[in-house]
Design a protein around this ligand. Structure first.
Ligand SMILES: *Cc1c(COP(=O)(O)O)cnc(C)c1O
Length: 405
């Protein structure tokens, strides 16, 4: 018999195996116990055949990774501590000093900031390309280009690019010496609106499928769905590429906490229903706002007349879109008046991120974000639809618009 303090740690009781419930148990570990030294020495971190250390995977993280592969049509997945960390992981794994990465000019702001900050400091160059001009991307690809980021639609400004055309440009630039990796930030599509690895089969039977090499998502948004978790994923369909990413993932210690993984696992089954509800609410209110006299332009890829609408129709054959759009107010409204509109909203809260139950707005200073190329004179506000009743949200908007006049 051991001392009772030892019994608290090495208790002989084993719960019966075979417990079954709708949700998996939550496995938490830094340390993973090996049965013997032979098992410890032969440990394999590359494949999901066993467990080696908490950072390298637990039953809980493996379960989420496999579900995300199913969602995105991928074969391998890595989890990161935020969506931005997923972007950073791809950059760190694939870029070396002297290389160059191409980023859409309307990309998620912090992804651009990472290129301007750490990547530049590490001797990695970047250029911004116009995602609405595949010829601009083609012109900016050089012998130094190792990675091309893609994002659908543009962050905040919501322009929808011709994703198959951009992917074809990258594929056409591959040579025997160098193949360009394409990485899509698929947070908006969430694996539901379109398939990142199979965006368009070209020219009939037997022809090549065009798709991204890597799809990252901020699981923070729709997969989590609660506004209470930060997590990212990096999904691939190529074992060698996955292992390059996984080596960097391990060396940089980008682990995720089991409680957060469990929260995402619990939210995933309802994601498609939530996505459809966010979409329906977004379209209804975008449509309604487009009829209001205070509004100059509604930027929602599913609305006819929005930049890239035809490309949305072509890519999202399911007809789906996320519950996000932006509104450009008439130029006669000053930034202070638009701030007053945002402050007058009661149900829409002021806050970054999206994908949770609560509707959110953020006013953006687009000329400072996009420079001279930004085409609109009025102030822009980005709307992210939650799950409240649409009639209540519309009444909230109507009351706040009345305050502006
Ligand atoms: C939110 C977001 C990210 C970053 O996700 P975090 O988990 O907040 O770091 C990256 N890309 C896009 C398109 C996003 O919307």
């Amino acid at each position: 018999m051991h001392d009772k303090t030892t019994e608290l740690i090495h208790h002989p009781y084993q719960a019966p195996a075979g417990f079954a419930a709708p949700q998996l148990g939550v496995y938490k570990a830094s340390t993973v116990i090996f049965a013997n030294t032979a098992e410890l020495r032969s440990r394999d971190w590359k494949h999901k055949t066993g467990y080696t250390y908490g950072l390298h995977g637990t039953p809980t993280t493996f379960a989420l990774e496999e579900r995300l592969c199913a969602l995105e049509g991928g074969l391998q997945c890595l989890l990161t501590c935020s969506g931005l960390a997923a972007v950073a992981l791809v950059n760190m794994a694939l870029l070396r000093a002297g290389d160059e990465v191409l980023i859409p000019s309307n990309a998620y702001g912090p992804s651009k900031a990472l290129a301007e900050g750490e990547l530049a400091a590490w001797g990695i160059g970047h250029q911004l390309y116009d995602p609405l001009q595949p010829a601009d991307l083609a012109a900016k690809i050089s012998a130094k280009t190792k990675l091309v980021w893609l994002e659908v639609p543009g962050s905040v400004s919501m322009e929808f690019p011709d994703l198959p055309a951009l992917l074809r440009v990258c594929r056409a630039a591959n040579t025997a010496q160098r193949s360009i990796v394409t990485a899509l930030d698929n947070t908006w599509g969430a694996g539901l609106a379109f398939n990142a690895f199979d965006v368009l089969a070209e020219g009939g039977l037997g022809s090549a499928v065009v798709g991204a090499d890597i799809s990252i998502q901020a699981l923070t948004k729709y997969p989590s769905g609660g506004g209470d978790v930060l997590m990212g994923s990096v999904v691939t369909r190529n074992e060698a590429l996955h292992l390059r990413l996984k080596a960097t993932h391990m060396r940089t210690g980008m682990g995720v906490g089991a409680n957060d993984v469990e929260a995402v696992l619990r939210s995933l089954p309802s994601m498609a229903l939530r996505y459809a509800a966010h979409d329906a609410a977004g379209r209804a209110l975008a449509q309604w706002l487009s009829t209001q006299p205070e509004v100059a332009q509604v930027l929602h890829p599913a609305l006819p007349g929005a930049p890239g609408h035809a490309h949305w129709q072509q890519l999202c054959r399911s007809g789906q879109a996320a519950g996000l759009f932006s509104v450009v107010f008439q130029p006669r409204y000053s930034p202070a008046q638009v701030d007053a509109f945002c402050d007058a909203l009661r149900l829409f809260k002021l806050g970054f991120s999206w994908g949770g139950p609560m509707s959110l707005v953020v006013p953006y200073d687009m000329p400072s974000m996009r420079g001279k190329a930004w085409p609109y004179a009025g102030v822009l506000v980005r709307f992210s639809l939650g799950l409240e009743a649409v009639a209540d949200l519309q009444a909230d908007l109507q009351a706040a618009l009345a305050q502006m006049a």
